[in-house]
Write a new protein. Structure first.
Length: 98
């Protein structure tokens, strides 16, 4: 542990949350997936975007989001998620919504 790192008990106290709840949250975040993956499953890509798998499969089928077939597996290149969102952002005028 580095000199500046606080023990979890102190962090929980500062946040005014139970220590066991903080430990549970930290464990969930660690198991949330490998952010270094270069190819994602459809479920992983859908979770990153915040949509369902069925909707993402629609985008894959229509070609709106790039995917590759590796054997019998369908994978979404990690950078394709960002590209897809950037195109969707350009296609809709979010700035005018407010």
């Amino acid at each position: 542990m580095s000199q500046s790192a606080l023990p979890i008990s102190q962090i929980a106290q500062l946040l005014d949350v139970p220590e066991d709840a903080l430990r549970t949250l930290m464990a969930e975040r660690r198991s949330a997936g490998d952010t270094t993956l270069v190819a994602l499953t459809v479920a992983e890509a859908a979770r990153r975007i915040g949509i369902g798998r069925t909707k993402l499969y629609e985008y894959v089928s229509s070609g709106e989001i790039r995917s590759v077939k590796i054997g019998s597996l369908r994978r979404i290149p990690a950078e394709a998620v960002g590209e897809f969102l950037a195109r969707r952002h350009q296609a809709t005028d979010f700035d005018a919504a407010a």
